[in-house]
Design a protein around this ligand. Structure first.
Ligand code: MFK
Length: 568
């Protein structure tokens, strides 16, 4: 092809140095002195994620995992062939302490913030190596809370190691063919044999199948060969994927999933054919105990969603200052600027929620959280995951559009942002499953009152009169949420379920508004006009409580619309 016109590719500068939102949040929240201690580490990682770490991720994305079932002589081997880049990411994750920092707790409850700041920087360059890290972290926490000495002295040390040779990742094998979100349909059974438990069954989605261990659910067989049904019949098991001689622990890998995105990540269908395993926690408490793990992975999901948002915007922003159209740079087109600014508002809001959640997690794990903060952590975990997952997809989609056709072309690397973001709303609980979990949190953990008090106290701490219109708007939304909850008492359970996604969105939008507002007020007190001031004004222009009040008639109409039961 001839012609003199070539477009310039977007360039990424140091991802920590140029991230005012993260840096400003850390300055606001971290104790004096801590940021100075960790900042060189964050800066160095900010540089590497646009350098060698990004190269590793690209290598992993270009050399996809392959499953080799048989050796040339017909012997079943089920060997995963993984990209060099993927293996390097394992080593970098260990050396950077991406899991370890959260357990070393050198900064007490603030350690989680430090760790998640690093994960957030690492994630968008990592070909989603953060998926195995999420499950690894969840498994470490699970062992800390429910594990016995054997696991604490063994697996836990591997999971939290900084030595690449010692560092293990963990799988979380929950999904079975009849199950999916409804884990109560799990069919895998655990039988006591001469040397302990052996598991038999099929797991339909096992992410990061290259892990050295996994946490999984199975139904225990009793002495008469019967099994308890439902989710209360499930127990939690620990297994290692290889036996002592390095052979498979009676695992058969049938095939790798051909997925829309996260293609560097090996996700397999496997069978457990007498896999040696160890019971973790009390029998019959499998779902409750594995929740310790998936509540951590849900926070990772939130953090990684924010990481993708930030990367999408960084790319679009840079490109806007290189690409000319209609005689000027994209950055000189008012509508284009509006578009990127709207993405920034979404991203900064999501960042505030995510890191507040990490703050609560750190307090809880260090035994410093109040009962109210523990209830909030329980509530905000599904809320943060469900909201950020959806917004990451929307932001990635809009950012691709900022590149026109180039955003749709594979070798620009841009389409993978959208494809990989899409999974964030699916795995670890879909948006609807999590909206229902929000109801579980408010009914079983009484998390609603702590939520109201939290937002109210933030507003009360803001003295600046300039911010009164936003305070009024948030108070109005809080009143609407209270009214909605009062009304729900008189309604049936379907009322709450049908409205639970909108209800969840309302809680998130109100909480984020209060977080942004308090941060903006903090800036004003220091005579700094932070971008959060404009961000919160724009945030509050939208409906903060998009609740739906549904009754039987409304739901009948919904049924008609959803199922197309309309006479033509
Ligand atoms: C980049 C980031 C990467 C992230 C990693 C990605 C890895 C991908 C791997 C996967 O995708 S693995 C599959 C993920 N699957 C899910 O997340 C399952 C989604 N389904 C649910 O979450 C359902 O809500 C659930 C399975 C939990 C419903 O189970 P049940 O048994 O029908 O619920 P039930 O009876 O309400 O709860 C049982 C117990 O667990 C209760 O405690 P009690 O026994 O004391 O009554 C609940 O309170 C407790 N529980 C349930 N959800 C909880 C919880 N406790 C704490 N937190 C929760 N979220």
């Amino acid at each position: 092809m001839t012609g003199k016109f070539y477009q310039q590719s977007p360039q990424l500068p140091n991802q920590y140095e140029t991230d005012y939102a993260l840096r400003s949040w850390l300055q606001w929240i971290l104790p004096a002195g801590m940021l100075a201690e960790i900042e060189s580490d964050l800066r160095e990682l900010g540089e590497r994620v646009v350098g060698d770490i990004m190269e590793m991720g690209l290598d992993a994305q270009s050399n996809l995992p392959r499953l080799v079932n048989f050796d040339p002589w017909g012997r079943r081997i089920d060997r995963l062939q993984l990209a060099h880049g993927w293996q390097q990411l394992h080593d970098v994750a260990a050396e950077q302490g991406l899991v370890a920092i959260g357990y070393e707790r050198n900064y007490g409850p603030w350690s989680r913030i430090y760790q998640f700041a690093k994960l957030y920087l690492f994630h968008p360059s990592s070909a989603i190596y953060t998926c195995p890290l999420a499950m690894t972290d969840g498994a470490a926490r699970l062992i800390e809370v429910h594990g016995d000495n054997y696991l604490r002295q063994g697996a836990y040390r591997h999971l939290t190691s900084r030595d690449p040779k010692e560092f293990w990742t963990s799988g979380q094998w929950m999904t079975e063919r009849p199950g999916g979100s409804d884990v109560s349909n799990t069919e895998t059974i655990a039988r006591v044999e001469a040397d302990g438990y052996r598991l038999y069954g099929d797991k339909w989605f096992t992410s990061a199948t290259d892990a050295q261990m996994a946490m999984t659910l199975a139904r225990q067989e009793d002495a008469s060969g019967n099994y308890a049904s439902g989710s209360r019949g499930l127990s939690l098991f620990y297994l290692e994927t290889c036996d002592r001689d390095g052979g498979s622990n009676q695992l058969v890998i049938h095939r790798l999933k051909d997925k829309l995105g996260t293609r560097a990540l090996p996700t397999a269908e496997i069978s457990l054919q007498g896999t040696s395993a160890r019971l973790v926690g009390a029998p019959g408490k499998g779902v409750k105990n594995i929740a310790t793990l998936f509540n951590i992975t849900r926070i990772y999901n939130n953090c990684c969603a924010v990481g993708y948002m930030r990367r999408s915007i960084a790319l679009a922003r840079d490109y806007a200052q290189r690409r000319r159209a209609f005689g000027k740079l994209l950055s000189q087109h008012p509508l284009h600027l509006e578009t990127i600014a709207a993405l920034e508002v979404e991203f900064v809001g999501a960042l505030h929620l995510c890191f507040y959640l990490c703050q609560l997690l750190g307090l809880e794990e260090c035994g410093q959280a109040t009962p109210e903060q523990r209830a909030l952590l329980r509530l905000l975990t599904p809320l943060g995951k469900l909201y950020s997952g959806k917004q990451a997809i929307a932001v990635a989609s809009e950012a691709l559009e900022c590149f026109g056709g180039a955003g749709y072309v594979e070798d620009t690397g841009l389409p993978s942002l959208l494809r990989d973001s899409q999974v964030l709303a699916i795995w670890e609980g879909t948006t609807n499953i999590l909206s229902l979990d929000v109801l579980r949190a408010i009914t079983r953990e009484a998390a609603m009152e702590p939520f109201f008090v939290e937002v109210q106290q933030r507003l009360e701490r803001i003295a600046n009169r300039q911010l009164q219109p936003q305070i009024a708007k948030i108070n109005q939304a809080l009143a609407a949420i209270r009214e909605y909850l009062e009304k729900s008492v008189a309604e049936d359970r379907d009322f709450l379920e049908a409205g639970s996604r909108y209800f969840s969105y309302s809680l998130v939008r109100v909480l984020i508004a209060s977080l942004l507002l308090e941060h903006a007020a903090w800036g004003l007190e220091r005579n700094q006009r932070l971008p959060e001031l404009e961000i919160v004004k724009r945030w509050c222009r939208h409906d903060l409580a998009p609740l739906i009040y549904n009754n039987r008639h409304y739901r009948n109409e919904t049924r008609t619309l959803a199922l197309g039961e309309i006479d033509c």
